[in-house]
Ligand binder design. Structure first.
Ligand code: ADP
Ligand code: MG
Length: 320
């Protein structure tokens, strides 16, 4: 749709020219794309014995990013947040679509945005296979499609009492960057999150439940607990966080426990596979920290070094 919506204004390229110029790129491995951009529907071939894993994330100016945000980082992040969801599902990313609402067809913006987008797409070997383009307030909606062997995709629902609780990387950096925009040490955590795609796939068959940390540890862990009908005890000291928090100790707890946008994976696994997970950490060179365990009663308890429980704002009220 949309020749009407993107109706030509003086000196602007039209909708189809825009798509051709910035978004029609041949994927690196075109085999599974039977039909890409240019028709009413795209057509892809899912591998035999696999399930299609689908996720979508909408980013709106003023809500998810500030007005005037750098287009290259936006292109990266719009795809990254979707790949992170596929990672949490243990899926192998394959394709994506892009729906764009743009206030104007600004070539400089489009060039930078598409470069940020395709750089990440290339790194994870995902192909852009279609989308929609319209004039409107800036909004970016990507739908990502991946594959997982039938029955093997990860979910939030499989945590059992006694299982270990793990998290990848460090938490709180993105939230600190939001509060201290000029702090270089954590800027990339917010603007260029690296989706844990390889880790998600490697966790198939190991993790009992998995989620990506987009809304903060407490809230996202709350989702696992709710879907799995269990509780958890978390040891605050064990949660990895960027060193720079030594200089921002007042902000630390809030950022580490409730700060969103880190896009790390939070997962549970039986104690019997601890060694496998430690091996995975070395193999993938990703820090994996065991930060607590799953419990029976449906409560979330976060303890500090002294054993006192820490109250957390937001995200898991229904456990209070
Ligand atoms: P339709 O009118 O059938 O919805 P469009 O005219 O909107 O199709 O789009 C033409 C082709 O360009 C389609 O294949 C569509 O998937 C693709 N497309 C449109 N916008 C984008 C975009 N932002 N990125 C990638 N492909 C796009
Ligand atoms: Mg059509």
């Amino acid at each position: 749709m949309a020749a009407v919506a993107m109706d030509a204004r003086e000196g602007e390229m039209n909708e189809f020219e825009l798509i051709r110029r910035y978004f029609s790129r041949a994927p690196r491995a075109p085999r599974a794309v039977v039909r890409g951009i240019g028709d009413d529907c795209a057509l892809v071939r899912v591998r035999a014995g696999h399930e299609l894993v689908v996720t979508t994330d909408l980013l709106i100016e003023g809500r998810h990013f500030r007005r005037g945000a750098a287009p290259r980082a936006l292109g990266h992040k719009a795809l990254a947040v979707n790949l992170s969801d596929l990672a949490a599902g243990g899926a192998t990313p394959r394709w994506f679509t892009l729906a764009l609402a743009l206030p104007s067809a600004n070539p400089r913006w489009l060039k930078d945005f598409s470069e940020g987008l395709f750089a990440l797409a290339k790194r994870h070997d995902v192909a852009l296979i279609g989308g929609d383009t319209t004039r409107g307030p800036l909004a970016i909606d990507i739908t990502a499609l991946g594959e997982a062997p039938a029955g093997k995709a990860l979910s939030r629902a499989g945590a059992r009492p006694g299982h270990d609780l793990w998290v990848s990387g460090e938490l709180g950096g993105a939230a600190l960057a939001l509060r201290r925009p000029r702090l270089q040490a954590v800027a990339s955590r917010l603007h260029r999150p690296q989706p844990r795609v390889a880790l998600g796939q490697a966790l198939r068959g190991l993790a009992s439940a998995c989620i990506d940390v987009s809304d903060g540890l407490a809230g996202d862990l709350g989702h696992i607990l709710e879907r799995s009908q269990v509780g958890a005890r978390v040891d605050y000291q064990r949660i990895p966080r960027p060193d720079v928090f030594e200089k921002f100790s007042k902000l630390e707890r809030q950022c580490v426990l409730s700060g969103g946008d880190d896009y790390e994976l939070l997962f549970t696994a039986p104690a019997a596979v601890r060694r496998n997970i430690e091996f995975l950490s070395k193999k993938l060179r990703i820090r994996l920290a065991r930060i607590g365990s799953i419990t029976k009663g449906r409560k979330l308890v976060i303890q500090d070094q002294a054993g006192n429980s820490i109250r957390v704002r937001g995200g898991f009220d229904h456990f209070a």
